[in-house]
Design a protein around this ligand. Structure first.
Ligand SMILES: [Zn+2]
Length: 299
């Protein structure tokens, strides 16, 4: 059986990455996958992108839904944490390992909020025949969105194409906690979904802008993470991701100027200073190089 990495390369499809990520453990940090941070907010990790949650006496909010297999475990744990209803689900972006469990949560809420580009991106990236089976956002926003639940105010922000063409940054204002979705793969090679509207240059700018709006007390929830570094951290993690994307762009640019072919530039094992990114993980440096090469050579 081919390794995940080989499988991904053989598929050669951007689509494959998000479905492969659905099957990757998100590094269980506690026996039941739940971690509390502060202010009634925490994370749930099992398979796929990190779920964020807010539990108040007035109800629950959930950020991302992983997969149909793990979402029921998340719901079971969450329904013990509040007597209130599930007020809403937020999707940080359209990838299958972040929206795949929407159908499970649809039994408990009819409110799914995401950026305005997410419904079309979900439709475009669905496997053939599956487009009608997905649970789509019921409310979308263009630039910002905000709502209160209990004592907390949740605000959503869009800062242009980055990891995809429809990434929402989720801010829990009072607790000073931010779910950045897949804008941060914490010390792990990221999926750069060029066919899904990604823009690695825009991503770099977004990371800087977000960093400057936060402070040293902000807790970040990352979509994915290296087991050594975890899926939560501080705003400095945004700059590590930025620096990786910058080094990656620079590498591809230099290689192209030197006349290297894509196959030749993909031979490199690591980027200097980012050796920690190289662990047993669904995505490789070669995947990242290919994506940025695709960006740089497009039309
Ligand atoms: Zn993603």
């Amino acid at each position: 059986m081919p390794s995940r990495r080989t499988f991904l390369r053989q598929c050669g499809l951007a689509l494959a990455a998000s479905s492969v990520l659905s099957s990757v453990p998100s590094w269980l940090s506690s026996a039941d996958g739940f971690e509390s941070l502060r202010g009634g907010i925490g994370t749930f990790t099992q398979r796929g992108g990190t779920i964020g949650w807010l539990a108040t006496d007035d109800g629950l909010a959930v950020v991302d839904t992983q997969s149909p297999n793990s979402a029921p475990d998340c719901w079971n744990g969450l329904s013990d944490r509040s007597q209130g209803p599930l007020s809403l689900v937020i999707n940080t972006h359209h990838h299958g390992d972040h929206v795949g469990g929407n159908g499970v949560f649809a039994q408990y809420t009819d409110r799914f909020v995401a950026h305005a580009n997410v419904p079309d991106l979900m439709r475009a990236s669905a496997d053939e025949g599956a487009a009608n089976d997905q649970t789509y956002p019921t409310e979308t926003f263009e630039e910002t969105w905000s709502e209160s639940l209990g004592d907390e105010t949740i605000s959503l922000h869009y800062r242009g194409p980055a990891h995809t063409g429809g990434d929402a940054i989720v801010v829990f204002e009072n607790a000073n906690i931010v779910h950045v979705g897949d804008l941060v793969f914490n010390r792990a090679y990221p999926f750069i979904d060029v066919d899904g509207g990604a823009d690695s240059r825009g991503w770099i700018e977004s990371l800087e802008t977000i960093h400057d709006t936060l402070d040293d007390d902000t807790i970040l929830i990352h979509g994915h993470g290296n087991p050594e570094f975890g899926v939560t951290g501080g705003r400095e993690d945004l700059l590590v991701m930025r620096d990786f994307l910058s080094a990656l762009n620079e590498y591809v640019t230099q290689q192209r100027q030197a006349g290297a072919s894509l196959d030749e530039m993909k031979q490199t094992e690591t980027l200097k200073g980012f050796e920690a990114f190289d662990f047993d993980w669904a995505l490789s440096l070669a995947d990242c190089i290919e994506a940025v090469h695709q960006e740089q050579t497009a039309g």
